[in-house]
Design a protein around this ligand. Structure first.
Ligand code: HEC
Ligand code: HEC
Ligand code: HEC
Ligand code: HEC
Ligand code: HEC
Length: 178
């Protein structure tokens, strides 16, 4: 007769424990190493002042509701307004320099996941989530600030809370790693 394995040695339990361990370790590592200090950007772009004049997030990040990436605005979009705005400042002189050289501004990414993670914006926005649920309140920031602890546990935690009826799919490894 085959002896029944103790509960903690059942295959299902083992996978669950590994998953739980990954989430805990990930949370600790993320919490320690990810600070909210934004990286040095080529231009000190003020989100707060652009949101205050009424520019919407989607006006500059047009891809967010349409597909996987939100995208960043190109220099044509900046210049569309700034050749009209009669204002001198060191940061705007830098902008004029990029436009003159017809050179893309080399922004440093702050909201980024490793290549083996597949994240799409559109299904999240179609589910009614606001940008601020994941990126913080940009109307109070200058350049975008990295958010703490956005690891696998963060994704799973929100999936469990906001879409429990889809938990089987939204916790499946292949949904995010393929
Ligand atoms: C919808 C029009 C519009 C677009 C598009 C726009 N800006 Fe602006 N921007 C403004 C206005 C208006 C101000 C002045 C706001 C104020 O004084 O509070 C401003 C302010 C700024 C400032 C601060 C200037 C200072 O006082 O030093 C910077 C830097 C800047 N914009 C860069 C950019 C860059 C880079 C882009 C493209 C990624 C861009 N802007 C796109 C309208 C725009
Ligand atoms: C459910 C969480 C979530 C929501 C809601 C969300 N984002 Fe994101 N965003 C992310 C994640 C995760 C990344 C990193 C994606 C990657 O590296 O593959 C990201 C990346 C970005 C980036 C940089 C890379 C890119 O996609 O171009 C921009 C810009 C951005 N988001 C803007 C927005 C805007 C604007 C909104 C609202 C219209 C929004 N996001 C809503 C989670 C979210
Ligand atoms: C006038 C154009 C403009 C508007 C409006 C704007 N952004 Fe941005 N956004 C930018 C630029 C330029 C950058 C790159 C510099 C930086 O990281 O701050 C950026 C960067 C970001 C990033 C980080 C992207 C990355 O590559 O990691 C996020 C997230 C983001 N914006 C979200 C938002 C949200 C949410 C709103 C609305 C509240 C918004 N933005 C409104 C121009 C804009
Ligand atoms: C703030 C809550 C929240 C966060 C954070 C979040 N998600 Fe989601 N995610 C959702 C919701 C809600 C849905 C269900 C959308 C629907 O109803 O189809 C979803 C659906 C998905 C789907 C399935 C989309 C499709 O094509 O049907 C994938 C893949 C996904 N999320 C990946 C991620 C990844 C990867 C992360 C972390 C980097 C993440 N999510 C973070 C709320 C979130
Ligand atoms: C909802 C999306 C999502 C699901 C479902 C998911 N992961 Fe992840 N996973 C992520 C994200 C985001 C990262 C990158 C951030 C991090 O390291 O926590 C990641 C990272 C990892 C890593 C690398 C960890 C490290 O520290 O480098 C491994 C291994 C992993 N996942 C395995 C799995 C396994 C096994 C499953 C199924 C039991 C799974 N993932 C399900 C989103 C997901």
């Amino acid at each position: 007769m085959k002896l029944k394995k103790p509960w903690w040695n059942q295959p299902g339990i083992q996978i669950a424990s590994v998953l739980v361990a990954l989430i805990i370790v990930g949370g600790i590592v993320g919490g320690i190493f990810l600070t909210q200090t934004p990286p040095e950007q080529p231009i000190a772009f003020p989100h707060n002042r652009h949101v205050a004049i009424g520019a919407s997030c989607l006006y500059c990040h047009t891809g967010a509701t349409l597909g996987p990436s939100a995208g960043l605005p190109g220099i044509e979009k900046c210049w569309g307004c700034h050749q009209q705005v009669q204002k001198q400042s060191p940061e705007l002189t830098k902008l004029a320099g990029y436009v003159e050289r017809n050179e893309a501004i080399p922004w440093v990414p702050v909201a980024i996941q490793p290549d083996f993670v597949h994240f799409k914006h559109s299904p999240h926005l179609n589910a009614g989530l606001q940008c601020s649920a994941c990126h913080g309140d940009l109307s109070k920031m200058k350049v975008a600030e990295p958010q703490k602890g956005q690891n696998m546990g963060w994704c799973l935690q929100c999936h469990k809370n906001t879409a429990p009826e889809q938990w089987t799919k939204l916790s499946d490894c292949a949904t995010c790693h393929y």
